[in-house]
Design a protein around this ligand. Structure first.
Ligand code: GRF
Length: 204
């Protein structure tokens, strides 16, 4: 399966996906990395791996989200992309893009959804005194960080954690989780039906 990864920054999750996709029996190839930030660190990492990289800077579109997304969509289709992974992509996508890629568009979020949608999840987990935190891979739906959950990983919150130490523990879990979740989706073992996920291997 041909996969495009959308990033805005350092792209460590993207890198984890690229590494995993090198596996002989991994069901997906990362064929395109697209960033909305020209200086996204992940672009160089992907290019060094021989992956096609492209920048679609949102700024020239001056708030015209539909035109920005059409440009992204065109590049994805040009590369024959079948599944899209958001990996630290910091632009909210409109319903029209989400609908066009429904069931083939997934995101990783640094919390155990439905807890803590939105930004600053590590600070908020600490402020709330949570003892467990983690990450979620989900199908993207019209609501931010609220689509059907594909896979999750939990990590403990340790006494003395700061947002940084907690973020690092969650990020390590993200790097293990995202490749597993993409494999499920790309192999057709986790599919979106209506508003929930159907697993091929689900036990009754
Ligand atoms: C990750 O924590 C991801 O869950 C969140 O933004 C961060 C991106 O990190 N959405 P990276 O660019 O993958 O290193």
């Amino acid at each position: 399966r041909r996969v495009g990864v959308l990033i805005s920054g350092r792209g460590s999750n993207m890198e984890a996906l690229i590494e995993a996709a090198k596996g002989a029996d991994y069901p997906a190839d990362i064929v395109l990395v697209l960033a909305n930030q020209p200086d996204a660190g992940g672009l160089a990492t992907a290019a060094a791996q021989g992956i096609t990289t492209v920048v679609v800077d949102h700024r020239p579109f001056k708030g015209d989200r539909a035109a920005f997304e059409e440009a992204i969509d065109a590049r994805l289709r040009q590369e024959g992309v079948e599944f899209v992974c958001l990996a630290g992509f910091m632009r909210v996508l409109t319903p029209s893009f989400v609908t066009a890629w429904r069931g083939r568009l997934i995101n990783i979020h640094p919390s155990l959804l439905p807890a803590l949608p939105g930004l600053h999840t590590h600070e908020r987990a600490l402020a709330a005194g949570m003892r467990l935190h983690g990450c979620t891979v989900h199908f993207v739906s019209h609501e931010l960080d609220a689509g059907p959950i594909i896979a999750q990983a939990a990590v403990p919150v340790r006494f003395g954690d700061t947002a940084d130490t907690l973020a690092a523990r969650v990020l390590a879990a993200e790097h293990r989780l995202y490749p597993r979740a993409l494999a499920l989706v790309a192999a057709g073992r986790a599919t979106l039906a209506q508003d929930r996920v159907i697993y091929a291997d689900a036990q009754a």
